[in-house]
Design a binder for this molecule. Structure first.
Ligand code: SAM
Length: 497
């Protein structure tokens, strides 16, 4: 799923194209009967009421009964015999476990295209699909609507066994309220990403409602297609949708394959295999019977994994972990106007985030720091530095201003320390908890969210501590080098005297 899941962190343009044709459907087909469902219409505070009471499909996250029915339906529908079975597992609640010895380099799964859900899948209500396609609804909102539509048909949908095995409430930051995000993720930039994502999903739903659903209420009744059900379907898409590079980069829900959990220690991902004509992955290690089999959801940081999948890997196990460091240009800067204009011109903001890994930080961050600390005498270079900071330049990237280096590093260090103190404040206040989050069902929601936040903040602060250490050492070296140079210069002066 690595490649496939890379899509989840690309900027998501959920909003629909501005011009929606309102042409009525050419051929109206009888609409299959929907099972009566009672979904409440859009709520503003999502956590006040549990979604479990609202979404009448799907199952508890650890339900094996529905998973067994899924497994049987898949076999009856053409899924070849498998070397793995769905079981309750320690990491990820349900997962695929080896039933036999599995070799390294073996291809597994072979899910045929007929069992894969894409934007081209047939709708139980053909007319609804046609309306969306006629309105050029992009794949993500189209699939979200498709999933709700199929779910509402329950047994009459061909995907009913699949949908019944999906979690009724996927783990996702979409289900955190604004108050919970503010309280638990105040220190982390993931909070902003979550708010942005929630707004995207809300905006997409409102857009669809305004432009399409309200015009075709017989196809998209509000009791079925509402904010609650969209939150569910987007939660499912964020945590299960994959991009299949060898299937023209199509995005797809792949039943069975989406029972595989993520491990930071493997690199293998799902893709379409043209020779066997199925979705497969190739193991990059051996598995003994009863061992859980993993794939990679992509090179994602702990924050990104929490955002889309609702979990944080064990501390220190994610080599792709990173933290976003916020750097800001002060309004009191003598060249605020010139610098902010140069930033704006290159798509930067006066408060800009840069990713930091345990192994270091990008050149863009250093360029941004140079720009912030550069004196008025360097105003002719502002544009050039901003271009490097924005990563949109084709010219040589590695700019160096030795005379500004100490100030730039000190500026980054100050920003890093300000961020560390935010994390430390949260971690101190939350107290040191040692709770097992592998069975969140038993844990009270607040404790569960708090533990996830503690895990995330601990891992992000760890990267910042390392950055702080490197910055301090570099500054110490620069300063001691300067001191040495000064002493040598002083020695020469005395000699000449
Ligand atoms: C693609 S689904 C995998 C199947 C899922 N466990 C199930 O039972 O439906 C992704 C979800 O599995 C869980 N998951 C996957 N990898 C995990 C991990 N390493 N640790 C904890 N949870 C994980 C998360 O809840 C995530 O949202």
């Amino acid at each position: 799923m690595a490649e496939a899941c890379r899509m989840f962190h690309t900027a998501l343009t959920l909003t629909l194209p501005p011009s929606f044709s309102q042409t009525p459907s050419r051929h109206s087909q009888p609409i299959p009967r929907r099972h009566p469902i009672r979904c409440s219409i859009s709520t503003t505070d999502t956590a006040k009421t549990s979604v479990t009471q609202k979404i009448p499909w799907g199952c508890e996250v650890d339900s094996l009964e529905n998973a067994a029915l899924l497994q049987k339906w898949l076999s009856d529908s053409g899924l070849p015999p498998q070397k793995m079975g769905i079981e309750r597992v320690e990491v990820g609640e349900r997962g695929l476990v080896a039933l036999k010895n599995i070799r390294k380099g073996e291809k597994l799964l072979f899910v045929p295209p007929s069992l894969v859900i894409t934007a081209d899948s047939e709708w139980s209500c053909t007319e609804a699909g046609e309306v969306l396609k006629r309105n050029s609804v992009p794949d993500w909102p189209l699939l979200a609507t498709y999933l709700i539509g199929e779910a509402s048909f329950m047994q009459s949908s061909r995907w009913s066994n699949y949908i019944s095995a999906l979690p009724r409430q996927p783990y996702s930051l979409l289900y955190w309220t604004r108050a919970e995000l503010d309280k638990y993720l105040e220190a982390s930039q993931i909070r902003e990403r979550a708010i942005e994502r929630i707004n995207d999903v809300t905006g997409t739903y409102n857009d669809l409602r305004l432009r399409i659903f309200s015009k075709h209420p017989h196809l998209f009744p509000e009791e079925v297609f509402n904010m609650e059900t969209f939150k569910w379907s987007f939660g499912i898409l964020f945590s299960r949708l994959v991009r299949l590079p060898s299937m023209d980069e199509k995005i797809a829900l792949v039943p069975w394959a989406d029972m595989l959990n993520h491990s930071c220690e493997v690199e293998t991902f799902l893709d379409y295999d043209k020779s066997s004509q199925g979705v497969v992955f190739t193991t990059d290690r051996t598995y003994q019977p009863s061992e859980q089999v993993f794939i990679s959801y992509g090179k994602k940081s702990n924050g990104e994994l929490l955002l889309s999948y609702g979990f944080v890997p064990r501390e220190g196990t994610n080599p792709n972990d990173k933290v976003e460091l916020l750097l800001s240009l002060k309004k009191s800067d003598k060249c605020y106007k010139e610098k902010s204009e140069a930033m704006k011109k290159h798509g930067l903001s006066t408060s800009q985030c840069f990713p930091i890994q345990i192994t270091g930080w990008p050149l863009e961050l250093m360029a941004y720091a140079y720009l912030v600390v550069s004196p008025p005498s360097m105003s002719q270079h502002f544009e050039e530095i901003a271009a490097v900071a924005s990563n949109k330049t084709t010219s040589k990237k590695d700019i160096r201003y030795p005379e500004l280096e100490e100030q730039a590093l000190q500026f980054i260090l100050d920003s890093c320390e300000a961020s560390i103190s935010k994390y430390s404040k949260f971690l101190q206040e939350s107290g040191s908890m040692d709770l097992d989050v592998t069975s969140p069902k038993q844990l009270n929601r607040r404790v569960f969210l708090k533990q996830l936040a503690v895990d995330l903040c601990t891992s992000e602060r760890r990267i910042l501590f390392r950055t702080q250490y490197i910055l301090r050492r570099r500054l110490r070296d620069i300063r001691s080098g300067e001191l040495r140079a000064l002493r040598i210069f002083d020695g020469f002066r005395k000699l000449f005297k």
